[in-house]
Design a protein around this ligand. Structure first.
Ligand SMILES: Cc1ncc(COP(=O)(O)O)c(C=O)c1O
Length: 296
């Protein structure tokens, strides 16, 4: 079956889909993106993804014209329907528009909006049983007075890519990124949670420099509502992870995955913890019980 990419309101066969060389996202990283999952014909947590995208666009002053949450939501569902994309990944890109030169006054005041469907498996299934080894990266997250981490903008990802290269260099599954104060912000492409020795789940607040992840939100909700756990958003340092009972990462691509060591220190007993395993099971059940159907 032919695969189509949605480009500014039209479905174009994947091989012919193009974007200008003068797209501001391409030239300057002046864009936003979302990675979204489809499970069994239903788009997972689509509204929060669309809201994060559009709120980022408004914060960056993109010329949205008549593009709003409803139109973006419908375009994403329509793209899945067109490609009969029932399981996998959706990449949504929104850039400021087309034109050379930094000054937004000199570019065509019309965003570029692209939606593509892909298959994706970030980690092999056995890593969900064994858990990830992590390192602390020397690359830090940008300070919030440079760019607010809640804005999922393409430009800032150069930091995450450099941090990921550090992790790759030593064969680690993920890298922890700190902020300028030395507090844990997030992993290179995921949010981080620990279960501490008081039995409290802790994850950094977005003001520490992490993305307000959609999967993070689902994990908090399941922990609180399904398991009655205490979850707090507060600063943590490396010591909190080294001395945690359990640790796991959350992200659309990785879903929920245990982390079992950091900088060669074992977390807990160095095996995925029982609470993390229960949460993974609950998350998988939740992905099946919710979502926006792609069929009309
Ligand atoms: C830097 C970073 N942190 C966290 C996440 C997890 O966010 P979400 O659960 O919304 O996918 C991502 C996902 O792309 C990310 O890039």
């Amino acid at each position: 079956m032919a695969e189509f990419v949605y480009v500014n309101g039209e479905f174009i066969p994947k091989e012919q889909a193009t974007i200008s060389l003068f797209d501001h996202g391409y030239l300057y990283g002046d864009g936003l993106f979302e990675g979204v999952r489809v499970y069994d014909g239903k788009v997972f947590e689509l509204l929060p993804h669309v809201e994060r995208l559009l709120s980022g666009a408004r914060a960056l002053g993109f010329p949205l014209g008549d593009l709003d949450e409803t139109k973006a939501f419908e375009a994403i569902v329509a793209t899945c329907r067109k490609n009969d994309h029932r399981d996998g990944y959706i990449r949504v890109n929104l850039t400021r528009g087309t034109g050379l030169g930094l000054d937004p006054k000199h570019i065509e005041p019309k965003v570029n909006f692209v939606i593509a469907t892909r298959q994706l498996a970030l980690y092999p299934p056995e890593l969900y049983e064994k858990g990830l080894d992590m390192i602390t990266c020397s690359t830090r997250v940008p300070s919030p007075d440079a760019i607010d981490a809640r804005i999922k903008c393409t430009g800032k990802y150069i930091n995450n890519i450099l941090a990921k290269m550090e992790a790759n260099r030593v064969g680690a599954g993920e890298g922890i990124m700190l902020n300028q104060q030395g507090h844990v912000a997030e992993a290179t492409g995921d949010n981080v949670f620990i279960l501490n020795s008081d039995g409290v789940f802790v994850t950094p607040h977005p003001s520490a420099g992490c993305l307000k992840g959609i999967t993070r939100g689902v994990a908090i909700k399941l922990l609180r509502e399904q398991f009655g756990c205490v979850v707090v958003e507060e600063n943590m340092t490396l010591l909190d992870i080294y001395s945690a009972k359990e640790c796991f990462l959350t992200g659309t691509a990785a879903e929920i995955i245990p982390a079992v060591s950091l900088d060669e220190r074992l977390i807990g007993d160095g095996k995925p913890g029982p609470n993390t395993a229960k949460l993974i099971e609950a998350f998988r059940a939740y992905t099946k019980s919710t979502g926006t159907p792609i069929s009309s």
